[in-house]
Write a protein that binds this ligand. Structure first.
Ligand SMILES: [Zn+2]
Ligand SMILES: [Zn+2]
Length: 212
């Protein structure tokens, strides 16, 4: 990735991979899935030396979206994503945060909902939006084919797939999303997922027990 840079910052008790993604040329970028620990995210942004232009959300779960309202306020930038089907999750972030003991979580109305085929900009680098329901109904994946890179949220993990026992989850839809939208991206596509280590589409196609 010559001009695209990523830094992963695990946040919340769920160790969710909040990701700062930026153009090294422009020194501008985005924060993806600021689930919480907003002060630590702001410290990491300051260390990276970039200016943040927006916040992107892969889906509406607390560990991904809980800190988005506070970060939006502190940075003065818009929130884009997820798909509107996750509205019911975003409307109960404060309550869910309280039940998990995550302080500072606030309900959120994004500035832009995303649908299949949309594009989001990370500085001057365009990412395609794939709607990948199953883990949550409004989960989206951000892909840049030129850089062979995707941010997949909790849709696909190294050696596993997203859980589907939460409200709105559906295992058959999840597997269909992965097989019809992610595997065709190509074996050499690297991805950052919501939890745990990064992987490639090829490694998961060949070894992920949920995809056999
Ligand atoms: Zn999730
Ligand atoms: Zn998660």
């Amino acid at each position: 990735m010559p001009s695209l840079r990523a830094a992963i910052l695990p946040v919340t008790p769920f160790q969710q991979n909040c990701t700062i993604l930026w153009s090294e040329v422009a020194k501008k970028g985005v924060v993806i899935d600021p689930g919480g620990d907003v002060s630590r995210i702001l410290d990491a942004v300051a260390k990276s030396g970039i200016s943040v232009e927006k916040i992107l959300l892969t889906h509406g779960h607390i560990d991904h979206a809980g800190g988005a309202a506070e970060l939006r306020e502190r940075l003065g930038v818009p929130v884009e994503g997820p798909h509107q089907a996750d509205l019911f999750l975003l409307e109960q972030l404060a309550e869910t945060g309280r039940s998990y003991g995550i302080s500072g979580s606030r309900d959120l109305m994004p500035d832009r909902w995303l649908v299949e085929g949309d594009q989001v900009m990370v500085s001057d680098i365009a990412f395609d939006v794939l709607h990948c329901p199953g883990h949550s109904p409004g989960s989206v994946v951000f892909v840049n084919r030129e850089h062979r890179f995707a941010q997949v949220g909790d849709v696909l993990f190294r050696g596993s797939v997203g859980r589907t026992d939460l409200p709105g989850g559906d295992h058959a839809s999840l597997i269909r999303s992965i097989k019809e939208k992610l595997l065709p991206l190509g074996d050499d596509v690297n991805f950052i997922c919501g939890h745990g280590p990064t992987s490639t589409i090829g490694q998961e196609r060949e070894t992920n027990p949920f995809l056999i």
